[in-house]
Design a protein around this ligand. Structure first.
Ligand SMILES: [Zn+2]
Ligand SMILES: [Zn+2]
Length: 350
């Protein structure tokens, strides 16, 4: 399709973003062109906005940001097989090559030559986006666009929680950002027992309660002592499952301290630096299992998520605290970087 569109771009190296008028992307033979209905801001976008060390090493400008979306297919490439014009789709941000050793072993979400939408390719903070068929997911037409858009991060939580059985288990979730709040919701929807949620912001912990947390801890509050409290509440045993959604070294260590012997530790949060850990007590003598969680399983996680959403037991809408116009993106980014963090997910509408 020829023409111009508005898009949020990183025009050149350096902090900040601009709203610009750019060409509608031309699709390749295996892509579809999507008219974006909704798109949401992710932590990754904040790194690119701030132009931190990771962004400087990874991002090539000019770049249209964004990898979480819902939209309608308006054009399909010659070799596209599964999708057709009119399909209502979202996307997994992980663009795999489909041919490497890891892909051929059934793990395309961690492809050896992985590309990320809106990071290594042009993204979806725009009116139109070119999406490779290999990472497109067809939505149920009844799914509201704001919910369909946040499935990509919600899928992280689904994978983190359901990597092993959760029903009836005691769970400690570390982190009250969208990932932790979604993980709380998925654990509750999947029949977890007591869920302890550890965070730093009362606003977000309030959402955590709505998502199904049994007990919340604000570590900023004087007198809060997470480890003894959780151990006391579990008769000194600790929890069956720890879901680490922060990457914070202190949270990681606390997570292992409250994990019961033989328990499961799902590691999703990404530390900024190497983390020191006492392997003897954390892992070996504990007989613990640490699962590294990256992205979402393609497409096991998406099918599980669709089932959970259709059941009505999982509803991510309390986590979607703001819905704004794409033009007002600065407001959305400011909210997500504010000290107070009175925000969950911000969804933007082009
Ligand atoms: Zn994301
Ligand atoms: Zn691959």
């Amino acid at each position: 399709m020829l023409g111009k569109m508005k898009a949020i771009v990183k025009p050149r190296p350096g902090p900040g973003l601009e709203m610009a008028t750019v060409d509608i992307p031309q699709i390749g033979p295996r892509d579809v062109l999507v008219k974006v209905r909704a798109t949401s801001i992710c932590g990754t976008d904040l790194h690119i906005y701030n132009w931190d060390a990771w962004a400087q090493s990874r991002i090539k400008t000019p770049l249209v940001l964004g990898h979480e979306l819902a939209g309608d297919v308006v054009e399909v490439g010659d070799q596209v097989k599964l999708l057709k014009v009119g399909d209502y789709i979202s996307a997994d941000s992980h663009v795999s090559d489909g041919v490497c050793y890891v892909c051929r072993n059934g793990q395309p979400h961690i492809c050896q030559n992985l590309k990320i939408l809106g990071v290594d390719t042009q993204g979806c903070f725009s009116e139109y986006a070119a999406i490779p068929e290999v990472c497109a997911w067809v939505n149920d037409k009844s799914l509201p666009p704001e919910v369909a858009s946040v499935q990509e991060p919600l899928g992280n939580a689904v994978y983190t929680v359901l990597a092993e059985p959760i029903t009836g288990k005691t769970v400690a979730v570390f982190g009250d950002g969208p990932a932790g709040l979604n993980a709380t919701g998925v654990a509750r929807a999947s029949g977890a027992g007591t869920i302890f949620l550890v965070g730093k912001h009362d606003f977000r912990l309030g959402i955590g309660k709505q998502m199904g947390a049994s007990v919340v801890f604000n570590v900023q509050e004087p007198g809060t002592d997470v480890v003894p409290s959780i151990l006391a509440a579990t008769d000194g045993v600790g929890v069956d499952v720890v879901l680490e959604m922060t990457g914070n070294p202190q949270a990681i260590n606390q997570g292992f301290q409250v994990l019961r012997k033989g328990g499961r530790f799902s590691a999703f949060g990404i530390p900024s630096n190497p983390v020191e850990l006492d392997l003897n007590s954390a892992l070996i003598f504990k007989g613990a299992r640490i699962l590294g969680i990256n992205g979402r399983l393609m497409w096991d996680t998406w099918y599980q998520m669709a089932g959970l959403l259709a059941s009505g037991k999982l509803d991510p809408r309390p986590v979607i605290t703001h819905q704004i116009r794409l033009e007002d993106y600065q407001e959305g980014f400011a909210l997500m970087m504010s000290k107070e963090r009175n925000v969950g997910k911000v969804v933007m509408f082009p």
